[in-house]
Design a protein around this ligand. Structure first.
Ligand code: GAR
Length: 187
């Protein structure tokens, strides 16, 4: 059984979907957030341990990440699953957990990196819509792509696109996690 820590900053719908998908070979042991957000309510609802590490409570980003790392080590976490965690991890953290951090991003990377990828895609008017799961490296929404799917939609409505992106994410992320856990593709 592989142990998972999910990192989130907001609504946590992907977190909830990962929990309720009951992925074979994976156990969600921990939620990590960087703020007080709805994902914490979801953790409470499902009896999953959670912790919040706010940047303002630490002298440096390094100290904050060292605190996160010690909880992950203490809980013996195999895979770190970023699900709407809107904070760039430092090279130190990425190397410390190298090959064991994955992220989901609401675009067909390398298109529309960073914040508000859905807004960027709409703005671009090219209908390049999709979802990407990738290993995390030092860059923003970079790192080796594990799986990508296009989101079938030919309009320009951000609310509708977000709905369709989420539908794809809810299908894709548990599948990728199951595959990684099953294949032992976690370094
Ligand atoms: C998801 O759409 C995820 O792809 C995106 O944040 C959303 C979180 O939704 N992540 C990024 O933009 C990362 N750069 P949720 O909190 O409802 O799961």
């Amino acid at each position: 059984m592989r142990t998972l820590a999910v990192f989130a900053s907001g609504n946590g719908t992907n977190f909830e979907n990962i929990v309720t998908s009951r992925i074979e070979g994976a156990s969600v042991e921990l939620l990590v957030t960087d703020k007080i957000c709805n994902a914490l309510n979801i953790a409470r609802q499902y009896g999953i341990e959670s912790c919040t590490f706010m940047r303002k409570d630490y002298e440096s980003k390094e100290q904050m990440e060292k605190a996160i790392a010690s909880v992950l080590v203490e809980k013996d976490i195999d895979l770190i699953v970023l699900a709407g965690y809107m904070r760039l991890l430092s090279p130190w953290f990425v190397q410390r957990f190298s090959g064991r951090i994955i992220n989901i991003h609401p675009s067909l990377l390398p298109h529309y990196k960073g914040k508000d990828a859905i807004g960027q895609a709409i703005e671009d008017r090219k209908r390049i819509y999709g979802v990407t799961v990738h290993y995390v490296n030092e860059g923003m929404d970079e790192g080796k792509i594990i799986e990508q799917v296009t989101v079938p939609y030919d309009g320009f409505d951000a609310v509708e696109l977000e709905k369709r992106v989420h539908e794809c994410e809810y299908e894709l992320y548990p599948k990728v996690i199951a595959h990684l856990c099953d294949q032992g593709d976690i370094q």
